[in-house]
Design a protein around this ligand. Sequence first.
Ligand code: NAP
Ligand code: MG
Length: 497
Amino acid sequence: MTITTDHQATIDSALRVDGVQLIGGEWVTSGTGRTIDVVNPANREVIARVPRSDADDVDLAIKAAEKAFPAWRDLDASSRARLLFRWADLIEEHNAELDSLESQEVGRPSWGPPPMANQIRFIAGQADKVQGVSLPTRSTGSLGLTLREPYGVVGGVIPWNAPGPMFANEVGPAIAAGNTMVMKPAEDAPLTPLALAKLALEAGIPAGVINVVTGYGHEAGAAIPADPRIRRMGFTGSPQTGRAIMESCARNLTPLHLELGGKSPQVVFPDADLDAAIPAMTMGITLNTGQVCAAGSRVVVHRSIHAEVVERLAAQMRKVTVGPWHQQVAMGPLINQKQHERVLSYIEIGKEQGAELVTGGGRPQGEEFGDGFFVEPTLFDKVSPGMRIAQEEIFGPVLSVIPVDDEAEAIEVANGVDYGLVASVWTRDIGTAVRASRALQAGQVGVNTPIGAGTVIGGPFGGYKNSGFGRTMGADSVLDWTQVKTVSMQGAPIPRG
Ligand code: NAP
Ligand code: MG
């Protein structure tokens, strides 16, 4: 592991909002008068503050969204699409600032141009393609058709690991369909969502269509699904919070989708191209310091190549550079102290349960890492499928290698967890690839690619099993934010004879 340090740099950005949130097109403080510090996870410096809102602020946001809804719903779909395209263009113009803002709050080295402009552009292209169907009728005197209508005011709660893309994923489709939205970003990373909302206003998306209420999950977050005026919800985050949101929605019979993370397997067959697989799998668990729902956290490998895979993975992981976000490193710190303690405790659990620690396993050494939430890229070998590090989502750069004897066992182990978000298979054989693609229980399967659909545009994203339900990112995501109305019209039948 190479170590680089320099905690000094912070980039100023005109898009950085400080102390206020967006309700009804106005930048306002919370009625509570309180704020939350947003900190740089590399050194715990305060970057900005955001309002610590509660249910009263959420109430104001819902009222603003209710007020904005009729005009937004009735705006013709081409005009809605045009506004979203304009938003995408503005996002692209500000790519560098958005990238640095997200890097600062997440503590992540740059990923390159952020994906949000293209996410919104893809969705904008769907806005005027929301269609119903014409239905067969029992009489020549009637017509039947379906309309797809927005729900009204909808809600969203997103996590901190990729705040910009998560915001675009939820807000884009929801408003493209004609809904207005109340969104709560995570307390740890609310700045990029606020910046995106600012650009939406600048693009001409009317006041009140997008409202961003900041605060803690148990205060502002919980108030959104608890309110019966919220007609649909979208949530991404932990299974625990997902359950709480779903319980709240159940009380109001509010439909929702959930994206709850994963324990994604990387199934490596003896004929795999290891020159491609090793760096890709290393990237798949160290990108964003492993804080990616789709992170490939289990390597399920055939025994005949097991030793070689472990040796090469260890060598590759030792090459991953670690440091603060603004340096040319491959991996930054974890997001916060809680996450830091959690990841370190999973490493202890791995050792206690008898897995073999191959590389990493703790905080990187050095004074410069003292204040940050850093952890080493960590590789465990001889992990058995029942161990906790093989079953539970760690959300850190901890990779578990599980050796298997044949294809049937590989698939059984790969599927033998509660999660089912993404799975990868590494093979040169088309037959193996086809069989595995069908057998793996996951919302996305990648063949020779580590994180699901990779370069595919518009691939629906979401989970099997406890990874959640509903799909984002695809063309259908706009339809998911609509409800279907059947209209039957009775006229006079065509006269016979
Ligand atoms: P989390 O609690 O599920 O946070 C996700 C979002 O939900 C945040 O905006 C959070 O707000 C909010 N929230 C928390 N409690 C809430 C409640 N009772 N009602 C409404 N909203 C609520 O996740 P976390 O604690 O930050 O991270 C813990 C673990 O979750 C991670 O280690 C990881 O395994 C998993 N995770 C998964 C994903 C994913 O992409 N699937 C993303 C993040 C985390 P505040 O944070 O502002 O309080
Ligand atoms: Mg949290």
